[in-house]
Design a protein around this ligand. Structure first.
Ligand SMILES: Nc1ncnc2c1ncn2[C@@H]1O[C@H](COP(=O)(O)OP(=O)(O)OP(=O)(O)O)[C@@H](O)[C@H]1O
Length: 311
């Protein structure tokens, strides 16, 4: 592999673009792992890499991060860029005793308040003193996200952020990622196998298979022939465009406060929106707040509208 120095962006693009790959490729042992990748991530933008196993998604993310150096083309980052990274795998023995607080501090010198604050932001405030090895899959992903955002990054790189999380939990985590983008204003480079929800949550989707097969908005990609060729039958199901509404909150006393401020004590269960017809599927989802499931914010009706039926 050819080593190259990290490149700085021209002044004109520095403010706008956080990271850029220009025709970037990397070769190891005579094989190209990925080749010819163009990519930019700007503040507030979610760019999603999709593709089958071994298609070069993690490698591309590592090129963007500067962990790997391109053998050809260029990788450049905004000077002084602060990055939060949730890798696909962490080299940690998960059976060892390790509290969440200590885990957050393994790579960051964080104060107690910073640890609490980061966990609150990911809805995991109550887990501060918990043992890492006892966390559920969804809780662990929230803690990993907290660790990545604790330093208030400009760029968040999330390699399969919903691994080990069930379907309802996935939606809550994608919700959270969109909220983090909103609150931090950071750019997000995300990797996933989950074509539909992830694609729909992204501003830009890049479909990889050793090279860029197709790219564009989620609806563009869902209608692209090479996307269909790559994903076969799975691409034939409709693209779910993901929306969310925060229109009510479940209070600890069991009442529900609606968006207009009105309180209701007997409506839980009656307000779940289940519309299932040929075009709209609504899914309920419950986000765990910093206090646990009691009094959890309830994000109602994650609606998935079919867009550009890819069949
Ligand atoms: N350090 C390395 N040396 C040699 N080959 C590698 C190295 N890292 C990755 N590869 C190979 O490069 C290809 C792309 O790997 P990569 O991890 O980027 O794929 P991916 O799309 O993220 O896959 P997955 O969905 O399975 O996580 C694979 O064939 C992998 O075996």
């Amino acid at each position: 592999m050819t080593e190259s120095k990290p490149e700085l962006m021209p002044a004109s693009t520095r403010e706008a673009v956080l990271v850029r790959l220009d025709k970037a490729g990397i070769r190891k042992g005579g094989d190209w792992l990925v080749r010819g990748v163009d990519l930019t991530v700007s503040p507030g933008e979610i760019v999603t890499l999709i593709g089958p196993n071994g298609s070069g998604k993690s490698t591309t993310a590592k090129l963007a991060l500067g962990i790997l150096k391109p053998s050809e083309g260029r990788a450049s980052r905004r000077p002084g860029l602060k990055v939060g990274y949730v890798p696909q795998k962490l080299a940690i023995d998960w059976t060892l005793p390790l509290s969440v607080q200590r885990f957050l501090r393994l790579t960051n010198p964080l104060s107690d308040a910073q640890c609490r604050d980061a966990l609150e932001q990911t809805g995991a405030g109550r887990l501060l003193k918990s043992e890492i090895r006892t966390l559920s899959g969804g809780e662990l992903q929230r803690v990993m996200l907290a660790r990545a955002i604790a330093r208030n990054p400009d760029l968040l790189v999330l390699d399969e952020p919903v691994q080990g999380v069930d379907y309802a939990g996935e939606i809550a985590i994608y919700d959270l990622i969109s909220e983090i983008r909103g609150s931090l204003g950071c750019g997000i480079l995300m990797i996933s196998h989950d074509l539909h929800v992830v694609m729909a949550a992204a501003d830009q989707v890049i479909c990889l298979n050793g090279h860029v097969c197709c790219r564009g908005t989620p609806s563009d990609v869902s209608q692209d022939d090479s996307y269909h060729a790559l994903f076969g039958a799975r691409a034939g199901t409709a693209l779910a465009v993901y929306e969310h509404r925060h229109d009510h909150v479940h209070l600890p006393d069991g009442k529900v406060r609606h968006a207009d401020g009105s309180l209701c004590s007997d409506c839980p269960g009656a307000h779940h929106d289940h519309t299932v017809d040929g075009h709209i599927h609504a899914a309920d989802r419950h986000a765990v707040d910093g206090n646990g499931t009691d009094g959890a914010a309830h994000n109602e009706a994650g609606k998935r509208k079919e867009l550009g039926n890819a069949g």
